[in-house]
Design a binder for this molecule. Structure first.
Ligand SMILES: Cc1cc2nc3c(=O)[nH]c(=O)nc-3n(C[C@H](O)[C@H](O)[C@H](O)COP(=O)(O)OP(=O)(O)OC[C@H]3O[C@@H](n4cnc5c(N)ncnc54)[C@H](O)[C@@H]3O)c2cc1C
Length: 398
């Protein structure tokens, strides 16, 4: 495996890096809080602004075909883009639009759906949310009960979704609903695209334990969705869902974020004294930081490998690779957050905005958010089940 980028890829990386270094000077305060900051009233306009700027530069969807807004670039360019974006903690890449539904439509949508939805995503005009989880269907997503009943040229949808990140700003949602109630579990589920402005869609905030508004409950009461907004065949949405999951799980952004945070933590340890010595002289600190540096290289290799497998078209074959990249990346972010927290002692708990908060208080927020990231997109236990099943050929237990 050759890890070296071509001179053109290096040039692209540098151009993007320079651009983000400049643009991120305009970020609103508290931007380090990541996903939560993006879906806040102050963060959302900046996210949209950055999305527009990145689109104008032609960076948002380079691997997509030209007719839908891309330039037919190799997948590696998307990986470079995501990694650099992560490193700068930069917003502007709609994780649901660009990261999930766009690639899903490219492999499973019909021509009309691609033409209707892909160009507005590429132009950063249409933002998406993911309506999958329900109050009684999380890890066991196939037990979902939201119903879609065919009525002429439409489906009528009734049900409740939960944990829908960013639904309070999204224009459209991709949701799963049961079209055949006789079938249990994954059979009998269909995949729909729903305009969030449709009559009958109600979005209610679900505040996090730290008071932030990231999640929502979304209620669907007799929502009419045109049948042309069903992706794939009726009752056969599950296979498409699995492709979307693999796109969701292979993001390299986390590794980029963690790399930046480790650099900042190392700099903090070099300049902060404790008992007359800098923290960087402490063997415990040195070994923990060195260990994290090794793990970042591992996480990066897993993410690049997943992208490479996906480029070869092995979406289902690469399920265990995508799960491995996801579980490793999010648990690495958690190890980094807890290491920083431990090194900073009680100062690590000081919130953003206080002069006593080291590194802008980012560890106070990341040590809370990292637990959720282990669950988002499928929990670590579920990912390990996938690796056992797809990767090792062990029997399915659920
Ligand atoms: C930050 C964040 C963002 C999210 N954004 C969205 C979103 O935008 N849209 C959306 O639809 N959903 C979203 N979710 C929901 C997410 O997909 C679910 O939280 C996740 O699938 C787990 O479901 P659950 O919360 O119901 O937990 P449960 O399924 O109830 O799981 C509880 C615990 O049991 C364990 N467990 C469950 N089944 C097994 C098993 N078979 N073997 C071993 N252990 C098991 C789990 O690992 C977990 O630790 C988000 C969640 C988070 C935390």
């Amino acid at each position: 495996m050759d890890f070296k980028l071509t001179p053109e890829q290096e040039a692209l990386k540098k151009e993007l890096d320079d651009f983000l270094r400049e643009e991120m000077k305009n970020a609103p305060p508290g931007w380090e809080a990541g996903m939560e900051a993006m879906f806040s009233d102050e963060g959302w306009p900046f996210h949209r602004y950055m999305a527009r700027r990145l689109s104008e530069k032609g960076w948002l969807v380079r691997p997509w075909p030209r007719e839908y807004g891309g330039v037919d670039a190799p997948m590696i360019e998307q990986v470079i883009f995501s990694e650099v974006m992560g490193y700068h903690r930069a917003p502007g890449r709609d994780i649901f639009g660009i990261g999930m539904i766009g690639p899903t439509l490219l492999v499973a949508g019909n021509e009309e759906q691609k033409k209707e939805h892909l160009p507005p995503i590429a132009r950063a005009e249409r933002f998406w949310c993911q309506g999958w989880s329900e109050p009684n269907a999380g890890s066991d997503l196939a037990s979902l009960t939201t119903r879609a009943v065919r009525d002429g040229d439409d489906y009528i949808i009734n049900g409740q979704k939960t944990w829908t990140s960013g639904a309070h700003f999204a224009d459209w949602s991709f949701i799963l609903a049961r079209t055949n109630p006789e079938e249990k579990r994954s059979r009998g589920i269909s995949f729909f695209l729903v305009d969030m402005k449709s009559p009958g869609v109600t979005v209610r905030p679900l505040l996090g334990m730290n008071g932030t508004h990231l999640f929502n409950e979304v209620y669907y009461d007799d929502v009419r969705v045109p049948a042309r907004n069903r992706v794939g065949e009726e009752n056969e949405g599950w296979a498409i869902t699995r492709a979307t999951m693999n796109f969701e799980r292979s993001s390299i952004e986390t590794v980029g974020v963690v790399k930046r945070e480790l650099e900042e933590l190392a700099a903090f340890c070099k300049e902060t004294k404790w008992n007359g010595k800098t923290l960087s002289q402490n063997p415990f600190v040195r070994h923990r930081l060195a260990q994290l540096a090794i793990e970042i290289d591992v996480g990066r290799a897993l993410a690049y490998r997943t992208a490479w497998l996906q480029e070869k078209g092995g979406l289902l074959l690469s399920a265990d690779a995508a799960s491995a990249a996801k579980v490793y990346g999010t648990e690495l972010a958690q190890r980094l957050a807890y290491t920083g927290y431990q090194i900073m002692g009680l100062y690590g708990q000081v919130k953003m905005g206080s002069k006593w908060a080291p590194l802008h208080g980012s560890y106070e927020s990341s040590s809370q958010l990292c637990m959720g990231m282990n669950l988002a997109g499928g929990s670590s236990e579920v990912q390990r089940n996938m690796i056992a099943w797809f990767g090792l050929g062990l029997p399915r237990t659920i």
